[in-house]
Design a protein around this ligand. Structure first.
Ligand code: SF4
Length: 372
């Protein structure tokens, strides 16, 4: 760990580099904790380029925490539609309501209060409170852990609790007490632009002279790889009704009940959003789908339905590799299904929140001719 004059030089060089070369991102132009919070949540597991249009659209509709708190969850999810990991949006919405109710609409400045909000962990709390309020809290996530593991030549699985704690101690000791918000962004920026997972650009690094991993020639192999959970293959069948005017039916977000751990649990796979009638299958997809539609349709009549197969769709959700077999079901009139809503097949997300899986199914089905 660095100290004394080395620590002073380390901080100065790294902060100087950040202030000169940082990327100009929309959330870097503000100290508003609501905007910083939103950016941090959107950036979890998601690339910067994908986040920017969502961030701007979301803020246009919900410019402050009050606007978000008073919105319907369905509208929040619709604006999140396509960004993935929808529990982030659900938690953001719930947390906004708690902030309005319990903190007079102000993001809490005390770490314990921030951590009590849904969806806020140590990293997010430290990021918001340091950037928004200048609190001396160092961030640590996978990105920063990689930088710290390389700087200190720390071997082994960084996610093991003792090692993670050691990295947090390093992060705390490096934190610049005069500019904690900028410092945290500096560490994030170094990890995102130069100290990247593959091929770190050490020749451009402002603190290369302090990097033990580089000196030992092992920087690129750090942090050491964790054993990955084996992927599981799942097959689904989806029934897409299409009437003569190009309308289709979506079912409401399913409730999750008790089977969450199963890899082929449909409510999780459709992200608990609006979706086509969907079943998990092991044998012939059309037989299983037909049986499921029978339960859904009034009077249980589906014998006359013609299920026209579309091209298979592939999608991944965490460790699941999903193959979906979509069927186009051309009908004169859409059937009445309890709580289902009509949407245009060409734009299924125009009025309702849907996942990328549902959009892909709709696209595949549009390639099937609209004849009965
Ligand atoms: S010298 Fe290389 S490995 Fe070390 S912190 Fe800089 S970019 Fe990362």
């Amino acid at each position: 760990m660095l100290n004394g004059g080395d620590l002073v030089t380390f901080r100065k060089q790294l902060l100087g580099w950040f202030r000169q070369f940082q990327r100009h991102l929309p959330w870097r132009r503000t100290k508003d904790p609501y905007r910083i919070w939103l950016s941090e949540i959107m950036l979890q597991q998601t690339r910067v380029a994908a986040v920017i249009p969502y961030y701007e659209r979301f803020l246009k509709r919900f410019p402050d925490v009050q606007a978000l708190a008073s919105a319907r969850e369905e509208e929040v999810l619709r604006l999140w539609s396509g960004l993935g990991y929808y529990s982030r949006a659900r938690n953001l919405h719930k947390a906004a309501q708690q902030i309005v109710l319990n903190h007079a609409g102000q993001f809490p400045m005390i770490a314990g209060d921030a951590l009590a909000l849904p969806g806020i962990g140590n990293y997010t709390a430290a990021a918001i409170l340091s950037i928004g309020f200048g609190k001396k809290l160092a961030v640590l996530d996978g990105n920063v852990a990689r930088v710290l593991a390389r700087l200190g030549a720390i071997r082994g699985d960084v996610r093991k609790s003792q090692r993670w704690q050691a990295l947090q101690d390093n992060a705390d000791s490096y934190l610049d007490p005069l500019s904690p918000g900028d410092w945290n962004q500096t560490m994030m920026e170094l990890g995102a632009t130069l100290c990247t997972p593959k091929s770190p650009q050490c020749v451009l690094c402002p603190v290369a002279q302090f990097c033990e991993g580089r000196k030992l020639g092992i920087a690129e192999s750090l942090p050491e790889k964790r054993k990955k959970r084996a992927n599981v293959e799942v097959t689904l069948a989806a029934g897409v009704f299409a009437d003569e005017n190009g309308w289709t039916l979506l079912l409401p977000p399913p409730e999750e009940e008790g089977a969450l751990a199963l890899a082929d649990y449909v409510p999780t796979l459709v992200s608990r959003l609006w979706h086509f009638p969907t079943v998990s299958v092991t044998g012939d997809p059309s037989t299983k789908l037909r049986a499921s539609l029978r339960k859904l349709l009034p009077g249980g009549r589906n014998g006359a339905l013609h299920l026209a197969p579309a091209s298979e769709v592939h999608h991944s959700v965490t460790y699941r590799d999903i193959t979906i077999v979509p069927f186009r079901i051309n009908v004169k009139e859409l059937p009445r299904i309890k709580d289902a809503r009509r949407v245009p097949l060409r734009d299924v997300s125009s009025a309702l929140p849907v996942s990328n899986l549902t959009r892909k199914v709709a696209r595949a089905v549009l390639a099937v001719p609209a004849v009965r």
